[in-house]
Design a protein around this ligand. Sequence first.
Ligand code: SF4
Length: 419
Amino acid sequence: MNVQARPGCLDAPVLKQRGQREVFCGLTGIIWLHRKMQDAFFLVVGSRTCAHLLQSAAGVMIFAEPRFGTAIMEEVDLAGLADANEELDREVARLLARRPDIKQLFLVGSCPSEVIKLDLSRAAERLTTEHAPHVRVLSYSGSGIETTFTQGEDACLTSMVPVLPHTDEKQILMVGSLPDVVEDQLVGYLRDMGIPVGVLPSPRRDGAPGVGPNTHMLLAQPFLGETAGELAKRGAKHIAAPFPFGVEGTTAWLKAAADLFNVPQDVFDRVTGAARQRAEKAVAQVAEGLRGKSIFFFPDSQLEIPLARFLTRECGMTPLEIGTPYLHREHMDPELALIPAGPVISEGQDVDLQLDRCRAARPDLTVCGLGLANPLEAEGLSTKWAIELVFSPVHGYEQAADLAALFARPLKRKEAVKI
Ligand code: SF4
């Protein structure tokens, strides 16, 4: 028999663990989604705990009339004494009367609304009829029972797919919310190569992209498994590519789209060449502080595998364990193929067991949530807060060196303290 070894970590066994977890729930996605969709409002149907979570995650933004809020379920609702639907309708009517700028309203499910089985998708249908055509109401779950952190965005975008208009045009649909400056750069490269591009989510409801059998989806974020599945139901095809982190990832991601549209190599080089060279130089400088250092990822955002690929191949780091809350094989295989065999790939979490592995490995740098960072620092391990990787502009050529710098900074600080 002829056994062929496949490249990198493609055949690495995946350590799957379920136990106590240290992760955010999907409600946190609202923090960046509401900034992206400028005519949307996110109404969490939840408890005071959910409202507190949003307040602490959003920090200072709560003072700036944000486009999200919590309809707090009181004890009478939980005990089934009040008709929660009637109350919800009343709250929504009050909100829409006060905020005529809202064109899309998302009812966001939470643990309490799910436990009492409040049917938010029916409520969304009812409220859409009531407030059409001015406002469209959709629903999704951001609860901790169903979603982890960035999966909240996946659930939100999934809820939008059925209401996107139809198109037969051959086009790229870039999927995933990115900071405006990054989105403009990436979409700019594609358009400069003559490729028609739509973006999901769009800043406004009227600008929603079309989807159809000639749509090819290019995922900008690694946590969009459900959205991709829903788009496939509308005929869209997935483009297999690494994610646009670092120079190599960005080039491969753009090239996958260019090849599909038969863009000649010289056009591709003309559009991307200068930015690519600038980024290579900038990354090489920052990578000096990372070369030869080991890194351990706790699961958080699903960005872990693409980031480990970038740090290994462009910055010379050695990953010891790459934890992800969820491993979507089809979307992640192009990444795993690029990571040299060696690290433990783990999916899900039993936090105590994972902490034991981390302590035994003594990595130079540990990427983890805020809840673990300070305790690990106290044990002498350098840490990088994972949440910053989701909130900072990190995709594309222009941000590649900044991305490397996010990892280099804690190591530099440690060196400085030693001196
Ligand atoms: S949705 Fe669940 S996990 Fe998230 S804040 Fe509310 S109660 Fe907590």
